[in-house]
Write a protein that binds this ligand. Sequence first.
Ligand code: SF4
Length: 394
Amino acid sequence: MMDSGIVTPKYVSDFSCIGPDCEDSCCIGWNIYIDKQSYKKTMAHRELKPLAKTAMKKIKKSDEQWAIIRSDSEGACPFLDSNRLCKIHALAGEQTLSETCKTYPRTSLVREGDKYRSLSLSCPEAARLILFSPDAFIFERKESGANIMSESSPLWVAKTYDNSIDLLLNEKLNWQEALLAIGFLVNTADKVWANEVGAEQLDIRLDQLTQMAEKGMLQEQYQTLAYADEHQVQAFASIHGMFIDEHPRRDGVRFKTVNDAISTLLNDDRTVDVDKINHVWNTIASPALEEHGDIFKRYILYYIYHEYFPITLGEAPQSAFRLLVLDCFMLRCYLAVIAHKNNGLSESDVILCFQVYHVVRQHKSTFVKGATAMMEKFNFSNIAGIISLLKTGS
Ligand code: SF4
């Protein structure tokens, strides 16, 4: 039997927490669970015990959720010292940390018997590496020395995954056109998923789409898609409204920076002025982003890898695709409002937008449910409808 492998992108192997230099903190605003082992070790530590008695509350839900941190009035973990360093880490060492604290922002996914490592974009340092490090996407596979059992996924999953990356990296297509192409591919994936056609259709479709890109046909189709601003207003209002309710650090500087920038782009009736946002996108944000390389292609590549697109939701491939486009739309709007405020986009502005967004996107289970319900309500069911979110007028 073959040994399982561990796949590590360079953005993971290059990562280390920058602690006090971090522009945000992952120790604020979450429910931090402490596992049984960490709880016992911390309580047994002479110097930590007095603080631990008030800072930890035993809940005994499971060995993993043995206790929960009682955060202070600012939502911060009481084990943080004045330099924002963790006292458990400093006094008792990394081995005493609970699993959550030890691993964040590292994640991993097992597929086809291999372990694929990644990072969560809700950490600013992770966002910096993923979006800006030149060799972020160099992948290394090592034998793990063990055998990780996992169910193998159907052929169409691997084919849609590989072919989506192929279309994304097609140099003839910009990121919006590449998403349209991926949408067409996913239409075929939906048919394979529903057992209407065979998985080989996904390769045939890839060839057709590559030829269409070569002839400029996909680019033309993207041009002819309608610009539907009311749709964009509805989508933005529902998703951002959810963020205002759910962001664990909504009173923090970073979320407020984005939210205040949005407030300067409201109409008299308090709805968001999407035409203005799109104008700023075209005139300031998009040109400024070009100086940073292809941020959205990088992001989508990370996304496809990190979520094992299109089985992100374990549902029809089309749902995963809609969510991907919606995420890109929201990020595009956040970038535009910040570009409006700062008259340009620096590296840290870009990190701000992506990181703040993913604090909710990757950690609140209610997000996906809410987003899916919204898309159903406003009828974002076909490709043209969902891709129109990316259109920014002329
Ligand atoms: S958010 Fe990232 S860099 Fe910042 S303290 Fe947490 S792990 Fe470290």
